[in-house]
Design a protein around this ligand. Structure first.
Ligand SMILES: Nc1ncnc2c1ncn2[C@@H]1O[C@H](COP(=O)(O)OP(=O)(O)OP(=O)(O)O)[C@@H](O)[C@H]1O
Ligand SMILES: [Mg+2]
Length: 338
């Protein structure tokens, strides 16, 4: 359904020089800084897949979505969505896709939600029966009724998001791009949105690319993630694989009663007979936190080594979850094979 080949987008901005003199110089200079927001990214997504597209702020996620949805043309490389090059055949492409940019609404600011939807029905030539069915479904699952007749500008952030989400699905698009679709939503609405994404995917085989900083969204919706960093793809694979490969770490939290009783450093290299770097000891408030690779250490040995050296009130043992793995990928402390 989606084929992305060496997709690259560079932004040119006038070269900046420091200071007041520099500002003047910038004004007359013809030099540009060129920055690749998306840098040689390739991937392939099948019909009906739901893929999480994640990365830190400024990684290039929204820029990728803009090219996929036809808003922007790439500097190099290309993408094909359902056999169409989106930025070349924007109109045709638009009837295939739905887009939600959580930061921006696609609805008409001064019109009631009901009229915005009516316009969309005309634009996308949605048959009356299909339109009524879809509308009824979204009214029910997202509780649109309470603000259906209000102008969009009067809606709260979460109400606007709900209306926008429904609007992008009204014409049964084959592909939807969701760029932070749950921003600002309360937990109940968030859960409803996640559920409707899963339902629509199961029912209509909708292909979904989801961009969000809420990893719970990703875990609940996607089986596969693509991670980008400074415009480059650094991971593409299943979430399960990621967990098996990098989630081998566990952590033990030793709760200490009084920070004064807590040692400032804790030398476990010798008692554990392990090289530096194979485990990590940190000292968050009220705790001693040991992170280690599950297969390489005996939990008993770690616990007894710490208990000998500090007075501990409680012990919590945890698996390192997806959030922690992704944090480490972002921080560069997990070396990814490209
Ligand atoms: N129109 C533009 N002109 C110049 N630079 C841009 C433009 N749009 C984006 N950029 C730059 O490209 C980079 C990628 O931006 P993008 O919006 O794709 O990031 P993102 O991954 O969506 O981040 P976030 O998580 O903050 O939404 C950023 O450094 C941004 O400043
Ligand atoms: Mg973005």
């Amino acid at each position: 359904m989606i084929d992305v080949n060496s997709l690259t987008k560079e932004f040119k901005s006038p070269k900046k020089y420091p200071g007041f003199g520099g500002a003047i110089r910038s004004l007359f200079s013809r030099k540009y800084d060129v920055k690749a927001a998306v840098d040689n990214v390739s991937f392939h997504i099948d019909k009906g897949e739901m893929v999480g597209y994640i990365g830190v702020n400024g990684a290039g996620k929204s820029t990728t979505i803009k090219m996929l949805s036809g808003i922007m043309a790439p500097t190099a490389g290309d993408c094909v969505v359902d056999g169409i090059i989106p930025y070349q055949r924007r109109k045709e492409n638009a009837s295939n896709i739905g887009v939600v940019f959580g930061q921006r609404t696609q609805l008409w600011w001064d019109l009631p939600v009901s009229e915005s939807f009516g316009i969309l029905q005309k634009i996308y030539e949605i048959p009356e029966q299909r339109y009524q069915e879809n509308l009824a479904y979204f009214k029910e699952i997202l509780g649109l009724e309470e603000f259906y007749m209000s102008p969009v500008r009067n809606l709260s952030l979460g109400q606007k998001m709900r209306a926008d989400f429904a609007a992008s699905f009204l014409h049964d698009p084959k592909v939807v791009y969701l760029d932070e679709p749950t921003i600002g939503l309360d937990i109940i609405v968030k859960e409803n949105i996640r559920k409707s994404i899963r339902d629509l995917n199961a029912l209509k085989k909708t292909t979904v690319i989801l961009t969000t900083h809420d990893l719970n969204d990703i875990e609940e919706i996607c089986k596969r993630i693509i991670v980008i960093d400074q415009g480059k793809r650094i991971y593409d694979g299943s979430i399960n694989e990621l967990k098996v490969k990098y989630g081998r770490r566990k952590e033990i939290r030793f709760i200490v009663g009084d920070d004064r009783e807590k040692p400032k450093t804790l030398d476990l290299d010798k008692p554990l007979k392990a090289p530096k770097g194979s485990f990590e000891v940190t000292f968050p408030e009220g705790e001693i936190l040991v992170r280690f690779e599950r297969d390489r250490f005996d939990i008993g040995a770690i616990i007894s080594a710490v208990l000998k050296r500090a007075s501990v009130r409680d012990i919590v043992i945890e698996e390192v979850g997806m959030e922690e793995i992704v944090r480490q990928i972002y921080a560069g402390s997990i070396a990814m094979d490209k």
